[in-house]
Design a protein around this ligand. Structure first.
Ligand SMILES: Nc1ncnc2c1ncn2[C@@H]1O[C@H](COP(=O)(O)OP(=O)(O)OP(=O)(O)O)[C@@H](O)[C@H]1O
Ligand SMILES: [Mg+2]
Length: 320
């Protein structure tokens, strides 16, 4: 678990953006929001587009929950890319603290300032001024409150469920008032609130107080038709027939009692793997050889490999 300190500041993404002016106006309605996300290669249903539209216009954070690999993180990346905003990403982990997430006093610089003052024979209170912005090292949350040339940035607080509960409590002030109180300095408030996207995989429940401050959306597995569109976008080299078989097979797999069901990410991975292997149609052999693109636990692979995979394949071929 790492905090992306080097890359959080200006992570404009190399997504295909149809029209990417420096600062794009917010979408005017839900349909425009959906079209905006589609422009960033993200296929969103109307309910998700509605939540995003409301969050953008009401200045409310979005809390996205869902299984792994269903497209939660991607929403923040696509919003930043399509709106032409900076993306500031805070990857959460156990033990994440203020110093890594919000701000830290730059002690070496403060020490140097003290030495210089002493060398210059400064009299009076040398410590005065040591707790000013000059000596503050900004981390992602504080940076998100600052003004950005392209407009308020997108702040992605990824996998909040991995952080400890006290960290969640710290976020409450930020999420309701878009401000951070620094005891030695005072309160720093955003002139314009950032667009905040929080994701959780539900390894633990996020506290009610945090939920209340957000607009909530459960990101579900897509329908077969939507998933086929996503795979076509993200793995364009796969033939249509094979793509439809692949998606149908994954949907069958998700009905099984597995420890970890494959997400959209696995569907895209598998499509790329099959393309790489020049596969034209699914066979039981191909399935057995490539199950590792779909299932990431040996118990799941053992359960599906062989006759079960052949049975599921026969079912989707019969249905087709
Ligand atoms: N609706 C969608 N439209 C386009 N691409 C999608 C969609 N849903 C998922 N994807 C793709 O699936 C992949 C996984 O998405 P993402 O990383 O956002 O998942 P996640 O829910 O954040 O997963 P995790 O919980 O493991 O972090 C990405 O390549 C993303 O582009
Ligand atoms: Mg994610």
């Amino acid at each position: 678990m790492v905090i992306l300190l080097s890359s959080w500041r200006d992570a404009r993404l190399p997504l295909r953006v149809v029209d990417a002016p420096n600062k794009k106006d917010l979408p005017g309605d839900v349909s425009e929001t959906r079209a905006l996300l589609t422009g960033g290669d993200y296929i969103a249903g109307r309910n998700l587009a509605t939540v995003v539209y409301l969050a953008l216009h009401m200045g409310r954070p979005i809390l996205l929950e869902g299984e792994a690999g269903v497209g939660k993180t991607e929403i923040a990346k696509v919003l930043a890319a399509t709106l032409g905003r900076d993306l500031i990403r805070l990857q959460c982990f156990e033990g994440l603290d203020l110093a890594s997430a919000a701000y830290e006093w730059n002690f070496p610089r403060q020490m140097v300032a003290i030495r210089i003052a002493e060398a210059e024979g400064a009299t009076g209170d040398i410590g005065k001024g040591l707790y000013s912005r000059e000596f503050l090292t900004e981390r992602p949350l504080l940076s998100a409150l600052e003004q950005h040339a392209n407009g308020p940035p997108v702040l992605l607080i990824d996998e909040i469920d991995r952080a400890d509960e006290p960290f969640e409590a710290f976020l409450l002030e930020l999420l309701s008032d878009f401000q951070i109180s620094i005891p030695e300095l005072g309160t720093i408030k955003a002139e314009e609130p950032p667009i905040v996207v929080i994701t959780s995989n539900r390894t633990r429940e996020v506290h009610d107080a945090l939920r209340r401050r957000c607009l909530y959306h459960w990101v579900d597995y897509p329908s077969q038709e939507t998933e086929a569109r996503i795979v076509a976008l993200k793995a364009p080299d796969i033939a249509d027939d094979l793509r439809d078989q692949l998606v149908a097979f994954i949907h069958k797999l998700r009905e099984q009692d597995l420890f970890k069901r494959p997400g959209v990410a696995e569907a895209i991975d598998w499509a790329n793997a099959l393309t790489q292997l020049d596969v034209v149609t699914l066979t039981p052999e191909i399935l057995n050889d490539t199950l590792g693109s779909l299932l990431k636990y040996q118990d799941d692979i053992a359960k599906v490999q062989g006759s079960e995979a052949a049975r599921l394949l026969a079912e989707i071929q019969a249905a087709a």
